[in-house]
Design a protein around this ligand. Structure first.
Ligand code: AP5
Length: 207
């Protein structure tokens, strides 16, 4: 499965709920890249500047990272990709790798949220590095005793979010058409409470 959506649409929030039910790994390209930046690997050093500015990391870096990850044993029975693919070359590389392994993507879920809501969602986001929980200062407030350890992502400024939205409409929109043409895309309204969105996703997966 693949989750697609603009920055702040709720992909990470929904993925965490879905993988618990489906017992498949959640593979987030953004989380993997942030881990590489934190560890200071060569890939992390190369990706850091792009990510801070809200730009896309070059295709060859991201494609290699994801194809290596989905070949691991824990992904043998399925996986949920979040944030990948984001460009046509990424979608084509994934399709080729899946075909040669004898597998197919079952569903691509597109979480749709109007641009006007996305800057607020990003600017107010706080991530818990201990549990991985995604909070929002207003929409999903963290417990007071853990506020001090929460992380505000470097690319969660209004400026970087607007840049990410620009890349989304320029590069990811064609990727959405790619999956629409394959007949496996399902659109889900991402406005409402996280529970409401989860219910819509469950319905979309059954269709
Ligand atoms: P990535 O980490 O993938 O970021 P993104 O796609 O921009 O998505 P986000 O993580 O910002 O949002 P989300 O949809 O997961 O929302 P969340 O659930 O957190 O990528 C970061 C960067 O890495 C990219 O800009 C690029 O540089 C690089 N990169 C990654 N993949 C790449 C690739 N394939 N190719 C090239 N470069 C790549 O929710 C957001 C907030 O909203 C939270 O605070 C949450 O609590 C709140 N929220 C969630 N749902 C709701 C709801 N229903 N109502 C109200 N609030 C809600």
């Amino acid at each position: 499965m693949i989750l697609i959506g603009p920055p702040g649409a709720g992909k990470g929030t929904q993925a965490a709920r879905l993988v618990d039910k489906l017992h498949i790994p959640h593979i987030s390209s953004g989380d993997m890249l942030r881990a590489a930046v934190k560890e200071g690997t060569a890939m992390g050093v190369a990706a850091d500047g792009y990510m801070k500015a809200g730009k896309l990391v070059p295709d060859d870096v991201v494609i290699g990272m994801i194809l290596e990850r989905i070949a691991k044993p824990d992904a043998a029975n399925g996986f949920m990709l979040d944030g990948f693919p984001r460009t046509i070359p990424q979608a084509e590389a994934l399709q080729a790798a899946m075909t040669s392994a004898g597998y197919a993507i079952d569903r691509v879920l597109l979480i749709e949220v109007p641009d006007g809501l996305l800057v607020d969602r990003g600017v107010g986001r706080r991530n818990d590095p201990v549990t991985g929980t995604i909070y929002h200062l207003t929409f999903n407030p963290p417990p007071a005793d853990i506020v001090g350890r929460l992380v505000h992502r470097k690319d969660d400024t209004a400026e970087a979010i607007n840049e990410r939205l620009h890349y989304y409409s320029s590069w990811t929109a064609p990727t959405i058409r790619f999956y629409q043409d394959l007949g496996i895309l399902r659109r889900v309204d991402g406005v409402g409470t996280p529970d409401e969105v989860t219910a819509r996703i469950t319905t979309a997966l059954a269709s």
